[in-house]
Design a protein around this ligand. Sequence first.
Ligand code: NAD
Length: 495
Amino acid sequence: MRRIEHVIAGQLTSGTRWAPVFNPATGAVQAEVALATAADVDAAVSAARKAFDAWRDTSQTRRARLMFAFRDLLEKHEDTLAALISDEHGKVLDDARGEVIRGREVVEFACGIPTLLKGGYSDQVSTGVDAYSFREPVGVCAGITPFNFPVMVPLWMHPVAIACGNTFVLKPSERDPSVSNVIAEMYAEAGLPDGVFNVVHGDRVAVDALLDHPDVAAVSFVGSTPVARHVHQRGTAAGKRVQALGGAKNHAVVLPDADLEDAARQITAAAYGSAGQRCMAISAVVAVGGAADPLVERLAAHAAAIRVGPGRSAGSEMGPVVTAESRDRVLGYAARGERAGATLVVDRRDTTVDGHPDGYFVGPVLLDGVTTDMDVYTDEIFGPVLVVLRVDSLDEAVDLVNSNPYGNGVAVFTGSGESARRFQRAVTVGMIGINVPIPVPMAFYSFGGWKASLFGDTHVHGPEGVSFYTRAKAVTSRWPTGPAGRADLRFPTAS
Ligand code: NAD
């Protein structure tokens, strides 16, 4: 059985506890992953702490050059990474390639680190006095990441942290851990010194050890809301900087003046792509007025046509969900939704895939007539289930969106600039799409939701990522020339 070990100070390091890694398309165990103990975490943090002093003193230009080399390796090995993602996550190859490309864009952003770290300088703020500012790395940073984007979500974090001069310990999801070791190999090939990027595999034991470790300065977390809340509370109680991104229920509001065919195509892709396992997946449609019937008809036609199959097969558009428990959870929600009074417009729960009797496949489900009290609406299902709620006006749609505890992403489909503008100003959501279903900001903006979708103050990557991984210093400087007089005890003011 293949074993996936930790990467600490450039060395593969074995474990004492192990967990199976499944292939969701076959249901077979394909590897075992080490589950770190607190001692393993301590070894990784110590390696990162040891590497920090030299790395923070490495010039910005050299750090940027290393990012350029790492970026080229990500491009060269795109297919290898995509295949590994597909085998452990289940998503189809093109989708996996997409996440590698979107992650690479953060590395491209980090290549500009000398520009991003430029401080300010003010000449002669008082007579003979200058003022300037610059930013310094914070130290050892930890990243704790979910299963659904095993390459892209860690890439939201470590390139920015490392380019800023920090060292990093990544604790990826134990469900699809292999790619993180390949990323460590790429960093080594790009010339990153040992200990700057480390990988500890594991579960909550590893997470809590990172949160408690006195030498971890900052923690970036992405995952479900209950764990995000825990990570934020425990990490900040230990005096660390924490940004903890949680779950989501993303709405698509469709107005009657929208291009309904286009809206249906976009929403279908956003609801069922990656089998609905995206934090920015559209999982709830809010159909306004006369948009509802024609939209549902189109959504149903698209959902019925989706080709479900193994991620590695060329014809597949949607792969399996990640675990047998996820599949059972999806089946349970669909059944409860129907019992609660929703209409199962598309019901492909019994989808089977030839040659893959034990894969975790579940086909698209579309529920209409859903109300805000049903658990198919209140819960993040994280599977290929799309629910439709009907309202009479844009204002009612905005109220519905804003009453939801999550605030990650939202989309509006409309032909009216005035409605779109009113919508973007009124919603309490961090990322908004206008006729765009998955409004993931580009790498040079920052990614983050509001409310129960983010605990902490800073979003990831982009300018907020640079702020999160650095601390500012403001210097006031004076080089006296004349003879010293009496000490002046008044509070200093500019002169
Ligand atoms: P998860 O919360 O189960 O796991 C995330 C990480 O936390 C993993 O590394 C896991 O090992 C660890 N973990 C799990 N349980 C823990 C516990 N009790 N204590 C400490 N650590 C624990 O999430 P997942 O199932 O891997 O990923 C899906 C979730 O992630 C969804 O809720 C999705 O919305 C969310 N997500 C959010 C974003 C975002 O940007 N907001 C992006 C991707 C995924």
